[in-house]
Design a protein around this ligand. Structure first.
Ligand code: IMP
Ligand code: MG
Length: 356
């Protein structure tokens, strides 16, 4: 029931599936979940696929007054005509996946619209145990590194080996995705946690760069549509390094409290720093961001703290408008980003529809 192979349609062979990509441009926790949700409403994606990561991720989304947190599923949950696909670049914790599926299914009827590629690697109890023994970099302790290690050592267990996942499995992926017209690929974590581009070893074990969506799903890069980037007007990082984000201790504490900067997966307090605009510009250029959302402007407004780093110097502004103008003009001058939106947290969540 609802298997993609049964939905496959005859179509013009030259007409490729259109793939947009959504990528966090900082260290994760910038609000990809809600941006993805509003993009589904705007762009009418028929699938939102995840191309890296596992239960280390945590997407919090408000629906009315209720907060939902998804870890292994995407914001496709909230739209009955949108499928959710977990791609080969991800790793899956079976027990947590089944629990998350069942919990969301009660409210959002997920039957027939959640799929896991059969070559996705599985996180085992043993992987999680390995991490409780050694986590010098402050991982989320979800067994992510050990699971990817086994994948690349070619000793891993895959979704096709797990009977409980049989109802969700997708094979012949290349053909299946072509039965969709319009797909959003969602990266987990943030660009500066990419295994190649982040401050190794304070990184995750997968690629966050959007190109990874194409290698891992086996899609021609010509099918790329738009690249959406998501950041925040300040930075947060969870892990043991003390050099990754920078702010005064007072401001750090104020912003952490006002912005509820505690991990969705681990509950750990996030380290907080002022926006590093140079780093943001670099990320936008490396990623190829077309459209950028900067979240949590309402938190800075509540506190009246408008500070950022640019080319190693600390800049301080008196008003939100000055801060926004500085950020906007430097991004416009130094990148090919075409549209920049400043968004609030809960109250003033961006609704892309408003901008059309
Ligand atoms: P791992 O992905 O659990 O191996 O953790 C590696 C690093 O990435 C640690 O610093 C984690 O705190 C960070 N990390 C992993 N997933 C997320 C996420 O979804 N949001 C923010 N940080 C993350
Ligand atoms: Mg998160």
């Amino acid at each position: 029931m609802g298997r993609l192979v049964q939905r496959k349609r005859l179509k013009d062979k030259n007409k490729m599936v259109k793939v947009d990509v959504l990528c966090d441009v900082q260290f994760g926790d910038c609000g990809k979940g809600k941006v993805s949700k509003s993009l589904i409403a705007r762009n009418k994606y028929d699938a939102v696929a995840k191309y890296n990561g596992g239960s280390n991720a945590g997407h919090a989304v408000w629906v009315g007054d209720k907060k939902y947190t998804a870890h292994q599923l995407t914001s496709g949950i909230y739209y009955s005509d949108c499928d959710i696909v977990i791609g080969p670049g991800c790793v899956v914790n079976v027990e947590k996946f089944l629990k998350e599926f069942n919990d969301f299914d009660k409210e959002f009827d997920l039957a027939g619209r959640v799929f896991i590629c059969d070559n996705v690697h599985i996180v085992t109890e043993d992987h999680i145990e390995q991490e409780t023994k050694e986590s010098k970099i402050g991982t989320t302790r979800q067994g992510i590194g050990p699971a990817y290690s086994d994948k690349y050592r070619r000793t891993g267990l895959r979704a096709k080996d797990v009977p409980e996942l049989a109802p969700f499995l997708l094979s012949r992926w290349m053909g299946d995705i072509e039965s969709y017209d319009n797909v959003l690929m969602e990266g987990s974590q943030g660009f500066w946690l990419d295994i190649d581009h982040g401050a190794y070893p304070y990184v995750t074990s997968s690629h966050i760069h959007p190109a990874h969506a194409f290698t891992t799903f086996g899609l021609p890069i010509q099918s790329l549509g738009k690249v959406y980037g998501v950041g925040k007007v300040y930075e947060t990082y969870v892990g043991t390094s003390d050099d990754i984000v920078k702010a005064t201790l007072d401001d750090e504490e104020l912003i952490r409290k006002a912005g509820s900067e505690y991990g969705e997966t681990t509950g750990r307090p996030r380290k907080v720093g002022y926006l590093d605009l140079s780093k943001l510009i670099t990320a936008c250029n490396m990623i190829g961001v077309d459209s950028l959302v900067l979240n949590k402007m309402d938190i800075l407004e509540e506190l009246n703290i408008y500070k950022l780093w640019f080319e190693g110097l600390l800049y301080e502004f008196n008003y939100a408008s000055e801060f926004e103008t500085f950020v906007r003009s430097h991004i416009e001058e130094n990148t090919d980003v075409e549209e920049i939106f400043f968004s609030g947290n809960k109250e003033k969540v961006i609704e892309y529809e408003d901008y059309e």
